[in-house]
Ligand binder design. Structure first.
Ligand SMILES: *Cc1c(COP(=O)(O)O)cnc(C)c1O
Length: 418
């Protein structure tokens, strides 16, 4: 047998699968209510429409749609995407450029490879999107986490941390944020905080990466979803989004918009990764925008997910232990629950929950500083409302059993964030 371990590059060490994912894999095929995933509800996928578009594209535009295409993306599709973005309130400047990526995940990987080298510093939210953390970690940066509250990143703490990092001589490469319907925390950044964040970025001359899969389909009225990109006057926001939540994740279509200079560099990084994103799915997505299928899907997703989100919030209100706290998500796919005691480790609770028939993701993996062991991420987009209700009921029972009798380590609410 070949000893492959000895042949692998050092960085292969960083490709390790998480324990939690391994644990959840064991539940596949079993009768378990899963609040663990992050899958859209397949009932949202516009199957008929996409089948028709796909047939049409292959038969009538197949010479192009089945051919190699530019690394930056199919030219007409990029134009259509820019119009689509503008229709959603995302400002695209004349000196901006757009790059189509194989899902947002590739954008995260390319940003990691383009910006970060060992011992650089990046700033993320506490908690943050796990797949982003993993992509960034491959480039071995120092990672500074900024706590959040229900209004998003705590920008006063951000400034303190930036000062500290500068004092330490650290080179800060970017601030990564998910302003609307945060994954995993479910919070949305207030307009005031967004302005403060941009002010700070300007003061210390820093770049912001805005990850925005969710702002096009928030469930509540009167929520400010103005993108940082739109508020930015200095070309320091690199904006990224995806069709994964508003059309179908299987198409693997995402995009980055930013200053032309940096997008050109990222484009060259993409060329070595995969030459270009699948031409066929770009053509299909383009027609889906043009024929109004994307906007129709957005409306459908909004309705369906609002019902499910409300089912989860109601069940939490009814069953969850006293003192637990969960920000109400205005959109997205998740609710994060902060349990009232630091004596409860949600990772240790998971096997018991699985045994009882419900899965969730322990929150600590989302915290760059390893904190958050008293948190759990719950998905509401995939399970049925009845399953959500039952899942929360079971979960609450288990948590209740583990709440320590002596209440001395119960934390005041403001401590949840730090
Ligand atoms: C779901 C999600 C994405 C989507 O990733 P894809 O690779 O485009 O499927 C990106 N960022 C966040 C924060 C998400 O929650």
């Amino acid at each position: 047998m070949v000893k492959y371990e000895k042949l692998l590059a050092d960085r292969a060490e960083l490709f390790r699968a998480s324990e939690v994912r391994e644990l959840l894999k064991l539940t596949e095929g079993k009768k378990i209510i899963s609040l663990a995933g992050g899958l859209p509800d397949p009932r949202v996928f516009p199957k008929e429409e996409l089948a028709e578009i796909a047939r049409d594209v292959i038969l009538n535009a197949g010479d192009k749609a089945l051919q190699y295409s530019p690394t930056a993306g199919v030219t007409e599709f990029r134009k259509t995407l820019i119009e689509f973005m503008r229709s959603k309130g995302v400002k695209v400047n004349d000196d901006d450029s757009i790059l189509v990526t194989s899902g947002s995940q590739q954008a995260l990987d390319l940003l990691s490879r383009t910006f970060i080298q060992k011992d650089d510093e990046i700033i993320v939210e506490l908690p943050t999107y796990l797949a982003a953390l993993n992509a960034f970690r491959l480039s071995k940066p120092g990672i500074t986490g900024i706590p959040i509250d229900e209004y998003g990143m705590k920008t006063d703490i951000l400034e303190e941390e930036i000062k500290r990092l500068i004092w330490l001589g650290r080179k800060i490469k970017f601030i990564y944020t998910i302003p609307v319907a945060h994954n995993p925390a479910g919070v949305t950044m207030s307009l005031e905080r967004k302005k403060h964040l941009l002010e700070i970025a300007s003061k210390y001359d820093l770049v912001i990466i805005e990850d925005d899969p969710y702002s096009f389909f928030v469930y509540d009225e009167n929520v400010d979803v103005t993108p940082l990109k739109t508020l930015d006057k200095e070309g320091r926001v690199i904006y990224m989004s995806t069709f994964s939540k508003i059309l179908a994740p299987g198409l693997r279509i995402g995009w980055i918009i930013g200053n032309k200079y940096v997008i050109d560099v990222i484009e060259r990084a993409k060329q070595t990764a995969d030459l270009h994103t699948a031409t066929l799915t770009q053509f299909i997505a383009m027609e889906a925008i043009r024929k109004g299928v994307v906007n129709k899907t957005i409306e459908k997703a909004k309705k369906l997910y609002k019902v499910k989100r409300d089912a989860m919030l109601e069940a939490l209100d009814e069953y969850m232990v006293e003192g637990a706290w969960w920000p109400k998500p205005v959109g997205g796919l998740f609710v994060m629950v902060f349990l009232p005691s630091y004596d409860i480790d949600t990772k240790k609770l998971l096997p018991e929950a699985l045994e009882a028939g419900v899965a969730y993701v322990p929150g600590s993996s989302f915290f760059a500083n390893g904190a958050g062991w008293n948190t759990m991420r719950l998905n509401f987009s995939f399970p049925k409302p009845e399953e959500i209700r039952e899942g929360i009921r079971i979960l609450s029972e288990i948590i209740k059993k583990h709440i320590p009798k002596e209440k001395k380590r119960i934390m005041p609410e403001h401590m949840f964030y730090s």
